[in-house]
Design a protein around this ligand. Sequence first.
Ligand code: NAP
Length: 277
Amino acid sequence: MESNQKVVIVTGSSSGIGLESALLLGRNGYTTYATMRSPEKDTSIKAAIQKEGLPIRVIQLDVNDDSSVMNAVDHVISEAGRIDVLINNAGYSLGGALEDLSTEEIKSQFETNLFGLMRVTQAVLPTMRKQRSGRIINISSGIFGFPGLSVYVSTKFAVEGLSESIAYELEPFRIKVILIEPGFVKTNFAHAMVVAKKAQDPASPYSKMMQKINASASELIKNASEAELVANIILDAASNPSPRLRYLAGKDVESWAAGKKNMDELEFFNMIKRLTA
Ligand SMILES: NC(=O)c1ccc[n+]([C@@H]2O[C@H](COP(=O)([O-])OP(=O)(O)OC[C@H]3O[C@@H](n4cnc5c(N)ncnc54)[C@H](OP(=O)(O)O)[C@@H]3O)[C@@H](O)[C@H]2O)c1
């Protein structure tokens, strides 16, 4: 590896934002470790790597598994000798009103979206700290509450709090922390949603509400951004000499963020209520 080649780890690269980011970073000369929990799955990334001769390696990493994370990070360090950028992208959503969620379902959601992100971040930090350089890019979305996704949103609000806080801790080591806030993005995300068991019961008191939310979400997804748009913003965040803490990704999220900033709380509440009714 050339010493000026930056090394990046992307989690959840088997589809969507992770896949597009890994490809874009590879195409831009980053030595890219496209990690996924099941690399044996046939994904388009392997074909692209071969066809285009990209500097991308596909390795196994399940963010829920301590030894998988340690093995992956050790592999990168022993092969590439450094880690410049970590993109914490792996995640999924848990659908259902809070009352319909089991503790097990809630814990699993936090395990992947928050504890998984913490686990991978902790694994790369000693290397970045020794280098006195690095970037942690966290894929969030937590800028407002959304019905039927309360625990998913909670994990992302936690990622926001974590990121804002560690930005202070890591600044003395010249490690930057960045939050990417996508709106709706056309990926496998909706399909991969785990719908809570009780929420699937038509007798749930939230059943009608969930049906309306799902119908509205299907409409919102029609105008969703492409994953390439988010990948381009991630590339900018990885390469910009002076990255910001937060990047919005998508016209929809830009308008909601403006609403949250400019409207009073009741006005904003009513806007989201209308969107999901
Ligand atoms: N799409 C949206 O509208 C949207 C909006 C805001 C934020 N986001 C965030 O963007 C990120 C990427 O989502 P996406 O939209 O690209 O959805 P996606 O296409 O479903 O991709 C999610 C990725 O996460 C991986 N993953 C899930 N659990 C994992 C685990 N335990 N270990 C390693 N990888 C795991 C999946 O791997 P498998 O293939 O093995 O399941 C997949 O590669 C997520 O953090 C999501 O919360 C998405």
